[in-house]
Design a protein around this ligand. Structure first.
Ligand code: ZN
Length: 257
């Protein structure tokens, strides 16, 4: 049984071919899903997906901040986020995705204040954070210093070196391992993930994005998780069945509230 800890099942790729995908998930034994949101435009869509098999998160993704800044609605949106999370606290099992992205043309100071708001919200509700970090691992660490707790959240779609990964794990974060490790160019990330403590690793696709090497001409989807796992198994020292079992446990623990 597999748990895809980060997939955007509310995106059109999935909602418009729901039956076909559900069949693929059954065939490949994909039993659990975590669906994050990116901003006000999909909070309700994601909430509607919450079920026994689908856990969900609400948050504001740094790459989706610009329209909120342009509309001058950011403060109201953050307020609404708090209200929605509190009203739906039984279903909202994480805050995110949220974080920092160097490629986005929004000052890091603005991104940081939105991220810190969500860190406070997660702390208040004792929910894990789903963190998006692109070339910002140092600022993620600085923002979370002093907030260490068991199950602080996950840095999803991790790409980086061992030192960075270890620094994040030491804060109480898990590392989301996705399609990155399937690419020949990702040697540094593979080396990092090979050495991490086993209880810090979860698997994800970030579907429909983050394509997988060899399958780059099709949309990414949770049923491709076993391909990512096979790559992981070649770089880890554990027996594949031990690895698979522990990763399932880690994923359940991450969203256990
Ligand atoms: Zn994502």
């Amino acid at each position: 049984m597999w748990f895809d800890t980060h997939c955007h099942l509310d995106f059109a790729e999935f909602t418009s071919h729901q039956e076909r995908y559900n069949e693929l998930f059954r065939q490949h034994n994909i039993a659990r899903f975590f669906v994050p949101s990116v901003g006000p435009q999909n909070w309700q869509l994601v909430l509607d997906l919450a079920s026994d098999t689908h856990c969900i998160g609400l948050g504001i993704h740094p790459c989706f901040l610009q329209p909120l800044i342009d509309n001058q609605s950011l403060d109201r949106d953050l307020e609404r986020l708090s209200v929605l999370v509190l009203e739906n606290r039984d279903h909202v099992l994480a805050i995110g995705e949220c974080g920092l992205d160097k490629r986005v043309d929004i000052p890091i100071s603005t991104q940081l204040s939105v991220f810190r708001f969500q860190i406070d919200l997660a702390e208040q509700l004792k929910r894990p954070l789903i963190i998006h970090s692109v070339q910002q691992h140092h600022n993620i660490q600085a923002s979370l210093k002093g907030r260490q707790r068991d199950n602080l959240g996950v840095v999803h779609a991790f790409s980086g070196n061992y030192q960075q990964a270890k620094m994040l794990v030491d804060l109480g974060l898990k590392i989301g391992v996705g399609g990155v490790i399937t690419w020949p160019t990702a040697q540094k990330t593979r080396e990092a993930i090979a050495k991490l403590p086993l209880d810090s690793i979860v698997l994800e696709t970030d579907a429909p994005d983050m394509r997988i090497s060899g399958r780059q001409h099709e949309a990414n989807s949770p049923h491709l998780i076993p391909i990512i796992f096979n790559h992981l198994a070649t770089i880890r020292s554990e027996h594949p069945s031990t690895l698979a079992e522990q990763i399932w446990e880690n994923s359940i623990h991450l969203f256990s509230g």
